[in-house]
Design a protein around this ligand. Sequence first.
Ligand code: 0A1
Ligand code: ZN
Length: 850
Amino acid sequence: MRDAAPTTIYLKDYTPFGFTVDDVHLTFDLSPNATRVTSRITFSPNPDAADHTFFLHGEELKLIRASIDGQPVLPNVTDKGLTCDVPNAPFVWEAEVEVDPAGNTALEGLYMSNGMYCTQCEAEGFRKITYYPDRPDVMSTFTVRINGTEKVMLSNGNPTDQGDGFAEWHDPWPKPAYLFALVAGDLINHPDRFTTKSGKDVELNIWVRPGDEGKCAFGMEALKKSMTWDEDVYGREYDLDVFNIVAVDDFNMGAMENKGLNIFNSSCVLASPETSTDDNFERIEAIIAHEYFHNWTGNRITCRDWFQLCLKEGLTVFRDAQFTADMRSEPVKRIRDVIDLRGRQFPEDNGPLSHPVRPESFVEINNFYTATVYEKGAELIGMLKTLVGDEAYAKALDLYFDRHDGDAATIEDWLQVFADATGRDLSQFKRWYSQAGTPRVAVSEDYSEGTYTLTLKQSTPATPGQDTKQPQVIPVAVGLLGPNGDEVAETRILELTEAEQTFTFDGLAAKPTPSILRGFSAPVILEHDTSSAQRAFLLSHDTDPFNRWDAGRSLARETLLTMITDGAAPSGAYLDGVQAVLRDDTLDPAYRALMLGLPGQSELAAALHDGGTTPDPQAIWSATETLRQAQAQHMQDLLPRLHGEAQVSAPYLPDADQSGRRALGSATLSLITRLDGGALAAAEYAKADNMTLQLSALGCLIRAGKGEAELQAFYDQWKDDRLVIDKWFGLQVSLADPEHTATVAQTLTQHADFNWKNPNRFRAVFGALAMNHAGFHHASGTAYELLAEWLIQLDPVNPQTTARMCSAFQTWRRYDEGRQTLIGAQLDRIAATPQLSRDVTEMITRIRGA
Ligand code: 0A1
Ligand code: ZN
């Protein structure tokens, strides 16, 4: 519920807590509406702190009793926590509180999902479980006893005892409260074991609801691969006797790295070929790795305060990306990550929600689990590695683990490790953590008498609260190609540190074609006025797979933009260039499938806006359709062959090879559908024996305006599988044509299976609505209205998920006055809702303030 005056928390105000916690004992007496939590905590005055006020966070708790050193006390309790007079010496605090897990729909703290107890404590959920200094720099060992009738009762660390109606756990590793977890329910496990490099035997379990046990094998393999990889690549071993993963249906995010007891949104762990797509498999593998990698980057070394969130998240995303690149294909992973960065992080960084990778203030920390903190945060690690080199990176990481194991660390600590390991001054690099906005790098070139000169100019637009920006260190990877396509200068890292800088390359017999920002070496927007002939040249010759793909991408962007603004016809250079790449069967099918992709419609809207044109979503949609149709016609002779080559006859495996072929099969089927009206797609749908093929054929049919029967058949086949039904909901909205998108979404909300309190189901419909660019931005404004109405309905139930979905409106200032008025009205309507949560209030205020 809304605070009287929501307070803003500032990084600059950090002070340590007045007490240290020596150990924590918790006893849970489980009961759906009245769980008792008894805590026994040893506190000592913190010699490093100036303020010794004894304040414990606590929200939505019923305090039954409290005592200090065995003597009852009456603390001063507010809706935020309590204060109490305490001795100026170590003491034992005991409290008993009552909580209502079954009534907890916000899914933060202790709650119930399908009759199972579970917890979510990051960032500040522990305060809804008991009174505690709920801040990441307060670390302690935890001993937990769970009294209940559930078959399985889990907490962090190692099991120490269990019997009829109880289970005890002890976690020997000091941890902040946000890593606490408890799960209790009638669960089934998929067990396995792992022996670490040093010979420690670890029990592994994936716990699921009965009926889901057949969907655990892939996740378990991913876990074992992650454990091996972290030993091989980072020298990090697992440090407990047990590693438990639990799948939960009601979860606000993807998964959570609680020490020894990871809790996963079931969509991010359960997998089978019949019910999961190749993309699901890849994502599950990556998320399992991500949560596992947190054991070192996040848990053993945690964050001093929530402003340092990128310390664990940027690094862990970077590590999981390295893992996926190693398990699958490096260029394909990089391209997919950049598509995602441009699609999600760039709009955030270039709009009203823009914030630094390390924010300096927040109202609600849950609103800062963003693409900027995670994905741009990971890009910063990648740049650091590029700048110092692989060997120095490895050395710095070893030093980081040695020096900070057991610490709650900061970005300053992190950068100091690099400075000490490499002797480099990283003060300018640090600006990447404090300056928001996507830097633009403008390129100009010159060639005379064997010398090629590249001039790079950087600038970063103003962002909320930051009008002027200082130059950042930008590693720009550049290679040069000669006129015949040979590489005449290998990749070199240019370090752009000034606002404008010139770099020269000597000894060139002819004017080269530059390949700039290879591997996407920095999260910037490159502004380079090149001819389409030059881009086409790079598309056919670049030796850097990322830039080769990006040349195709920028050709596509350019042709779409001129189609939109000048009514031009699709560019032959683009159509021919892509076709030539597609013909090259020495190239990985996954890579070729990516070549067939087009820039997203929202990305085109951003490019138009950047160039001074107000984007018309309908015109963008039409141009995209026209280009797709042109592509299909242009490649009509090649498509059947490509589609045939992409077929997989071997038994289904979700590996890089097979999924790459299926991706090409799906991309070509979608183009073929534009030529045959859906005949091939219908045939493929009928014989599909895995979800990837089934969904791709169904998608083609829906896009072709057919597939009604298949959609019904799909529902009938999968109505008992909630994760597949999420796809069924999402697909219809994301593929609806712009005229009908809002109606399709509205109709689906009336469906008996639309359980709007389940975040996955809510997101299936409304996430898809927000992503359907032309449908969401239909001039009538009905989609805006529908979304606002449902956000208002969801907010009192689940503010966190509501707040995340508000970002659908973040780009509103790009559009014409009519749309801005319509969106503005919906933002006002949300803002005017009585009792609006702090989460949503902050989001709407920031978005509206643009
Ligand atoms: N730390 C998790 C993400 C996460 C964050 C917040 C949550 O609840 C508010 C839940 C999960 C990760 O990075 O995977
Ligand atoms: Zn994470």
